[in-house]
Design a protein around this ligand. Structure first.
Ligand code: PLP
Length: 307
């Protein structure tokens, strides 16, 4: 690839049904049901120091979601992985946010049957994007409990990564109005679920709690659970009441967009006290160390764009 070609990807690269292009040039047909009906699934993996983190797990989750939505993708698993390498290699980014999305696509003429569509695949990569950067993580971020409940799991399966962000968007605006960084949503029973792009963890009396249902099975969440087990922290993956949230010694969130992020305050009140995010920060450090481990990370194949 020559320098001129590389420069067009300076802000990011995208992939739309078979073609790579600069991220600003990528678009979606207005009749794609992904756009007009949120009939889509997506995944986000990151690249850190030139390596994808848990790429196989992200691809597995994405393909499983596609199968459950009864999508027939125009790309095989290997072609999808090549596409992800191809986007990042074009940008040369060392640290990147990499989105891949499948949509239902356009309805066949005269049909209302979602199964009559040609499903589509999109992707884009931009420089790594944080819910909160390292500098803010040490002090911890401010969280509120959103006034909007998370959509019921009987209505929408949260284990399929989805575009149902109406509740999250309301929460994000509420958080912004309150001067907070994030909002966590309860479900209709008052139990903790998740927030816009993250899972939530609570440490209380040395036990780490996270919600078992009503949430995306986050890849960062999985990594946190593995690390906690190795550290000998007792974990409860179960229903988490609002009371556990409000009386926690530590709260933190987990996301591909920023890793493990301690929470300093909840609805304006300080979280915990003595422990001072001790466990959260230990888990965070262990999480970033795994990014060099070849069991967890895969180097970007830059040679994929040489041909
Ligand atoms: C609703 C929701 N929950 C949790 C997460 C965290 O998942 P992961 O750790 O795989 O990024 C995300 C990621 O975007 C999300 O959208």
């Amino acid at each position: 690839m020559n320098i001129q070609e590389k420069n067009i990807f300076v802000d990011g690269a995208a992939y739309v049904n078979g073609e790579f292009m600069p991220v600003a040039e990528a678009s979606v047909p207005v009749t794609d049901l992904g756009f007009i009906r949120s009939d889509a699934t997506y995944d986000v993996v990151h690249v850190w120091n030139g390596r994808f983190f848990r790429l196989k797990d992200h691809v597995d989750r994405f393909l499983d979601s596609c199968e459950r939505l009864r999508f027939n993708l125009p790309l095989s698993r290997d072609q999808l992985i090549d596409m992800l390498h191809g986007m990042v290699a074009r940008t040369g980014f060392d640290k990147a946010y990499v989105n891949f999305t499948a949509t239902r696509g356009r309805l066949a003429k005269g049909s209302r049957n979602p199964l009559d569509c040609e499903n589509r695949v999109y992707g884009f990569t931009i420089p790594f994007s944080w819910i909160a950067p390292f500098e803010e993580q040490d002090a911890g971020i401010a969280m509120i409990v959103a006034s909007s409940e998370r959509t019921a799991i009987e209505t929408m399966d949260p284990t399929i990564k989805n575009f149902q962000w109406g509740d999250f968007t309301r929460g994000m605006i509420e958080a912004s109005d309150a001067g907070a960084k994030v909002a966590v949503h309860l479900n209709h029973e008052g139990n903790v679920t998740e927030g816009a792009g993250f899972n939530a963890f609570m440490l209380k009396d040395d036990v780490l709690w996270t919600s078992e249902t009503g949430v995306l099975m986050g890849i960062t969440r999985r990594t946190v659970l593995e690390i906690a087990e190795r550290m000998g922290v007792e974990v409860k993956v179960t229903k988490v009441s609002e009371n556990i949230l409000r009386s926690a010694d530590e709260i933190f969130i987990s996301s591909t967009a920023g890793g493990v992020i301690p929470v300093r305050s909840l609805d304006g009140a300080p979280v915990g006290g003595a422990s001072n995010a001790r466990v959260a920060l230990d888990i965070r450090d262990a999480y970033w160390k795994l990014h060099d481990d070849s069991e967890y990370s895969t180097p970007v194949r830059h040679d994929i764009v040489q041909a």
